[in-house]
Design a protein around this ligand. Structure first.
Ligand SMILES: Cc1cc2nc3c(=O)[nH]c(=O)nc-3n(C[C@H](O)[C@H](O)[C@H](O)COP(=O)(O)O)c2cc1C
Ligand code: SF4
Ligand code: SF4
Length: 251
């Protein structure tokens, strides 16, 4: 089983391609806690984005809550814009607290979905090597390779985590839909993994339990969702080219 969390499809396509190589299945973390079954496959993977040089809070909570037994080969794959920070270290620690061992951990660089917020550009050249990287990772996993070199703790990343989170909390917590652009299509409501968006009397209401995934921002057909101080245009929206809206909504 491969559990994933994804806002703009980088982690979803990574999980799906890995599943194809490993003859395994994928399941979204926000539906997986309800899933009670024996894991028939002795390998369990976690694929997720890096947020603020660390693991997203929502993924942290998922791993904490998930009932896992020993005797499995656990692996973690973090997708990021090139700065994984302590994300893999934190996941290893979470396993350690459960009395379990993470066997394998790798970060994969893909386009950074925060690029327009940081006034930078998407590096689309990172899309090309993905399939080769996944094939390499899959062959490692099939051999039950032990490799956690990328879980090393980085002091600088901890500092960056605190400072970037502070900046982003101001921006991310004040998202609003521009009423002049919104066509009340309900996509943001359907796509939000935290069920944090509701359309009430034709008005988009964004609550306070945001998982910071940016799905609402990138998938809105009108680019109507804006931050505290800035908005992004349709041209600046990003999602992995293999992933379509239905993949996200059905997950
Ligand atoms: C709130 C937030 C914080 C992020 N912080 C980082 C970061 O610290 N380092 C990094 O390399 N990428 C960062 N990113 C970029 C994502 O990790 C990257 O684009 C990821 O592949 C997105 O995965 P997804 O498409 O599955 O949502 C951040 C993205 C978001 C939304
Ligand atoms: S996805 Fe965009 S256009 Fe559709 S309801 Fe939400 S804010 Fe409005
Ligand atoms: S409100 Fe937007 S950014 Fe927050 S969890 Fe929902 S879709 Fe993601």
């Amino acid at each position: 089983m491969i559990f994933y969390f994804s806002g703009t499809g980088n982690s979803l396509t990574t999980a799906k391609r890995l599943a194809e190589q490993l003859n395994d299945q994928v399941m979204a973390m926000n539906t997986a806690l309800k899933f009670k079954d024996e894991f028939t496959n002795k390998r369990i993977g976690f694929v997720f984005p890096v947020y603020f040089y660390d693991v997203p809070k929502v993924v942290e909570k998922f791993i904490e809550k998930l009932e896992l037994a020993s005797g499995y080969y656990f692996y973690a794959i973090a997708t990021c814009g090139g700065e994984p920070g302590n994300a893999l270290h934190s996941v290893r620690e979470l396993f350690f607290k459960k009395g379990l061992e993470l066997s394998y951990a790798k970060a994969i660089t893909l386009p950074d979905n925060t690029a327009p917020l940081l006034n930078s550009h998407y590096d689309l050249t990172t899309l090309k090597p993905l399939q080769n990287t996944i094939e390499q990772i899959a062959s490692d996993i099939l051999l039950n390779t032990e490799n956690t070199a990328e879980t090393r703790y980085k002091y600088k990343a901890k500092l960056l985590n605190i400072t970037t989170r502070k900046f982003a909390e101001r921006e991310l917590s004040k998202k609003q839909a521009d009423e002049n652009l919104c066509i009340q299509c309900h996509i943001c409501e359907k796509i939000c993994p935290a069920k944090n968006i509701r359309l009430i009397d034709g008005k988009v209401n964004i609550g306070n339990s945001c998982d910071e995934c940016l799905a609402c921002v990138h998938w809105c057909p009108q680019a109507a969702i804006r931050f505290n101080k800035r908005s992004i245009s349709i041209k600046q929206q990003y999602h992995h080219p293999d992933i379509v809206l239905q993949d996200m909504i059905n997950s």
